[in-house]
Design a binder for this molecule. Structure first.
Ligand SMILES: O=C(O)CCC(=O)C(=O)O
Ligand SMILES: [Fe+2]
Length: 315
């Protein structure tokens, strides 16, 4: 062996060492890369878990807010009729009873077979015409064709007084000749086993238009749970005729029967009639409308002939 080369690593040995160094550098690098990858993966998994937990929490909060457990009427179905009986509250005992009319059978029903979608469209155009004359500054406007009350800004005006004879240019005789009241009255009477002639239209019976504009006055706060018999006094049977479609015309705005742990919704659909006895067995509210415009009519019936009103007419 040449002395000069003693002690020097052979090419092979050097190469091996270089490879070893390279490998150890690589293995340090790859271990670091692996650690980095694991850290990234853990971070992504952690973020994913957090997002899933947040979504669950949000869903829980929103779900708890609505507490909806059952849908009495889906927007997409066409119901010939659905009726759920519920025990009557004692609310009717503190009012004068009218035999054969005051509720002894209580409950709630929905039908899509009483008012056609075409009728609903015509009625909606009356609501649109009337409400276009005014409208609340907040999200909820009403038009009561019987009393003439119309939301304007933060108040109400009397449509008939305010517009006088011009009203005849706005509404046609035909607008007032729709026999919606009569059809709804028959459906309500039939469902509750009372005679239609014992029911009388009562006030307020009104069109409502709701959008997502922020409330300005208490009149705009339509979303609070309430009992119609308490709120309106004369009501024995409440009916609602919907004039627009949930999720096509507006979002939010479902009707909710409020019960402990078992809320039930009615999803509005043009032509859908929802009706129920007006006592606290049917505590209810309307969800806030998030987008679009929701049109409906509240048509109320009383058993007390003294509290009855005539059908709206051009006065
Ligand atoms: O428009 C609705 O769905 C409900 C209205 C209501 O509760 C009422 O007018 O008392
Ligand atoms: Fe109500």
């Amino acid at each position: 062996m040449a002395p000069g080369r003693r002690g020097l690593p052979s090419q092979h040995t050097w190469h091996s060492r270089a490879t070893a160094v390279l490998f150890s550098v690589l293995s340090v690098k790859s271990a670091r890369a692996l650690r980095e990858l694991r850290r990234k993966w853990l971070r992504a998994a952690g973020l994913g878990t957090c997002a899933a937990l947040a979504a669950l929490l949000l869903w829980g909060i929103l779900g708890a807010d609505d507490g909806v457990t059952e849908v009495l009427a889906h927007r997409g179905e066409v119901l010939p009729g659905r009726f759920i009986e519920v025990p009557c509250s004692e609310d009717y005992d503190s009012h004068r009873r009218f035999e054969g009319c005051s509720p002894t059978k209580c409950g709630r029903g929905v039908t899509d077979a009483v008012i056609s979608r075409d009728e609903a469209r015509r009625i909606r155009s009356i609501a649109e015409k009337g409400l276009s004359l005014g409208g609340s500054d907040g999200g909820a406007s009403i038009l009561d064709l019987h009393s003439g009350a119309l939301s304007v800004g933060k108040h109400f005006v009397n449509l008939y007084r305010y517009f006088g004879d011009k009203i005849e240019n706005i509404f046609s005789e035909e607008d007032f000749q729709l026999d919606v009241r009569q059809k709804v009255q028959l459906a309500v009477a039939q469902a509750f086993g009372v005679s239609a002639s014992s029911l009388h239209l009562t006030k307020p019976t009104f069109f409502s238009r709701i959008n997502s504009t922020e409330a300005r006055t208490a009149h705009d706060e339509y979303w609070h749970a309430h009992v119609d018999k308490v709120t309106y006094g004369s009501f024995d049977y409440t009916s609602l005729l919907y004039l627009s479609d949930y999720l096509d015309d507006f979002g939010g705005g479902r009707f909710v029967f409020v019960e402990e742990g078992a809320n039930t919704t009615v999803e509005p659909r043009a032509g859908r009639v929802s009706f129920f006895t007006s006592g606290s067995e049917n505590l209810h509210r309307v969800e806030k409308v998030h987008w679009g415009t929701r049109y409906a009519i509240t048509i109320a019936f009383t058993c007390n002939p003294d509290l009855g009103i005539a059908d709206p007419a051009l006065t």
